[in-house]
Design a protein around this ligand. Sequence first.
Ligand code: 5GP
Ligand code: ZN
Length: 120
Amino acid sequence: MSATDPNCIFCKIVSGKIPSRKVYEDDHVFAFHDIAPWAPVHFLMIPKLHIPSMAHVGVEQAGLMGHMMTLAPKLAMQEGCNPYPEGGYRIVLNTGMEGGQEVHHLHMHVMGGPRPWLKG
Ligand code: 5GP
Ligand code: ZN
């Protein structure tokens, strides 16, 4: 597993080669609005390193995954999701073909906002 993959669209988004609408960035993660949102709020959070999927995550990534999971609720509120319990959001990590993963750079979907949603 190399740090970046020159053919990966999400690596290109991290480096700025492909433009995106940024939600958040720090040394380890990058978050940006999904280009085809399912819900009023729909952004993706990705590690800056090219990790292909959840199937590639081991104990070495526990800190990174914990960072992403604890950041998601804060960014969800910042981006306009309504407070729990009436509001809330959905956090999804599609993994592999049968899991519906289309882009093979690990990404967390965070979706929320008033229903109905376009999908889901
Ligand atoms: P997956 O199906 O792999 O879980 O989700 C990939 C997501 O990436 C999809 O929701 C899709 O709309 C989004 N996506 C694909 N290409 C781009 C892009 O170039 N820019 C942005 N912002 N989102 C993208
Ligand atoms: Zn990548």
